[in-house]
Design a protein around this ligand. Structure first.
Ligand SMILES: NC(=O)c1ccc[n+]([C@@H]2O[C@H](COP(=O)([O-])OP(=O)(O)OC[C@H]3O[C@@H](n4cnc5c(N)ncnc54)[C@H](OP(=O)(O)O)[C@@H]3O)[C@@H](O)[C@H]2O)c1
Length: 330
C-alpha cells in the first residue's frame, strides 16, 4: 500500500486560489475505522467556509477539506467485522474527503447503490443525511404536511425536496429563478423567486392560509420575519445555516408563541460518532433502497477533476451550482 497520497491543501485561509494539490502521508486507521481509497468526493458549502478559516474541523477530525466521499475499502481496522477490503461504499466524513485516501469510522459507511457511479454516490451522504435528519429526526415529517425548503436547488435542498415527496408530503421551495425548473422536476409543488416575491405570502396562499408545517432554513436572520409568518400552527422551523446573517434585530417571538412554533437548530458535523452512526443506520434501513429504483437520486450540477478544485469552489461561491459539484480522483 502507498504511504504517501495527493490531497488538496489550503495553503492559508483565503480565496479559492489558496487550494493546491499537495502530497502528504496516507492517514493511519484506528481499530474501528476503514481506509477508503477515494474515487470521488463532493463539495459542500461548509468547505468554502473552512477554506476561509471560518469553520474549523471538530476536534480529532482531519484538517483536510471534504465531508463525503465514495470509493473502495483498502484496509479495515482490527475491530471492524461488518466491512471487507474491496467493498464499494460511500461515507459521511468529518473531514478528509479531498484526498486519495481517508480514514472513516466503519459505522459511517453505506454500501454504494449498484446502479450509481462513484461520482454519483459521492454526492449522497452529507446532503441526504442532513436533509433526512432535519425532516425526520428534528421535525417528525408526516404524510400530507407542507414543507418549505429554502435554497431549494442547493445540495441539501434537492435532497430534502425528494425526501418530502417520497413521504407523501408537499414540498415548496425558494430559489433564484433560473433554478426553478430543476426544483419543480424534483417534485416541488411551488417554486418561489425570493428576490421578486414575498415567500411568506405565497406559502400562505398555496396552503389555503395554513402555512408550512416544517421550514428547512439555511438563511437565518434575513428570513426570520417571513419564516415566522410562513410557519403553520404547531410548525417546526429547522435552522441549518445562517447564510443570510445570524442576528435578528426584532425577533417576532409573539407570532411564534401564538403558533406554538418550535425552532430547532443543528449542525451534523459536530455530532458525536454514536449519533451519526445511528443516523446512517436509520437512513440505510429506511431509504437507501430508493436509490436502486430511482425514487431518490443525487442531483449533479457538475463533475470536475480533483485538480480543478479552485474552479469548483468559485462556482459554488458564485451560487452558480444547482445540485452537487463532484470532484473525481480515479
Ligand atoms: N447544519 C448542518 O448540519 C448542515 C449540513 C450541511 C449543509 N448545511 C448548510 O446547508 C446549506 C446548503 O448547503 P449546500 O452545500 O447544499 O449549498 P449549495 O449547494 O452551495 O447551495 C447554496 C444555495 O443557497 C442560495 N443562497 C446563497 N446565499 C443565500 C442567501 N443569503 N439567501 C438566500 N439564498 C442564498 C444559493 O441559491 P440561489 O441561487 O437559489 O439563491 C446557493 O446556490 C449551506 O448553508 C450549508 O452550510 C448545514
Amino acid at each position: 500500500m502507498k504511504s504517501r497520497m495527493k490531497y488538496i491543501d489550503v495553503t492559508e485561509p483565503g480565496p479559492p486560489e489558496n487550494l493546491k494539490v499537495a502530497e502528504g502521508p496516507v492517514p493511519e486507521i484506528g481499530s474501528e475505522e476503514v481506509l477508503l481509497r477515494v474515487h470521488a468526493t463532493a463539495l459542500n458549502r461548509a468547505d468554502t467556509y473552512q477554506r476561509q478559516g471560518q469553520y474549523p474541523p471538530p476536534e480529532g477530525a482531519s484538517e483536510i477539506l471534504g465531508l463525503e466521499a465514495a470509493g473502495t475499502i483498502e484496509a479495515v481496522g482490527s475491530a471492524v467485522s461488518s466491512w471487507e477490503r474491496g467493498a464499494e461504499v460511500m461515507a459521511l466524513l468529518s473531514g478528509g474527503g479531498y484526498a486519495e485516501y481517508v480514514a472513516v469510522d466503519a459505522g459511517l459507511l453505506m454500501p454504494k447503490p449498484e446502479g450509481l457511479s462513484f461520482a454519483e454516490a459521492a454526492a449522497i451522504p452529507e446532503v441526504f443525511l442532513t436533509a433526512y435528519q432535519a425532516l425526520y429526526w428534528l421535525a417528525s415529517l408526516e404524510e400530507a404536511q407542507h414543507v418549505l425548503i429554502h435554497a431549494g436547488a442547493s445540495g441539501v435542498g434537492t435532497a430534502a425536496t425528494q425526501l418530502v415527496t417520497q413521504a407523501g408530503a408537499v414540498p415548496h421551495v425558494t430559489a433564484s429563478a433560473g433554478k426553478h425548473t430543476l426544483c419543480l422536476q424534483l417534485g416541488a409543488e411551488t417554486a418561489i423567486d425570493y428576490e421578486k416575491e414575498d415567500f411568506s405570502e405565497r406559502i400562505r396562499q398555496v396552503t389555503n392560509d395554513r402555512g408550512a408545517d416544517i421550514i428547512v432554513d439555511f438563511v437565518g436572520a434575513s428570513y426570520a420575519e417571513k419564516n415566522s409568518r410562513a410557519l403553520a400552527l404547531d410548525g417546526t422551523w429547522v435552522v441549518l445555516a445562517l447564510m443570510g446573517g445570524a442576528t435578528v434585530e426584532q425577533f417576532p417571538l409573539g407570532r411564534l408563541f401564538r403558533k406554538r412554533g418550535t425552532i430547532v437548530t443543528s449542525t451534523l458535523r459536530s455530532r458525536s460518532i454514536s449519533y451519526k452512526r445511528a443516523l446512517v443506520q436509520d437512513f440505510i434501513d429506511t431509504h437507501l433502497q430508493f436509490f436502486d429504483d430511482g425514487r431518490l437520486a443525487p442531483v449533479i450540477d457538475n463533475i470536475m477533476n480533483f485538480s480543478d478544485v479552485q474552479a469548483a469552489h468559485e462556482r459554488m461561491e458564485a451560487n452558480k451550482n444547482a445540485g452537487k459539484i463532484v470532484l473525481t480522483l480515479q
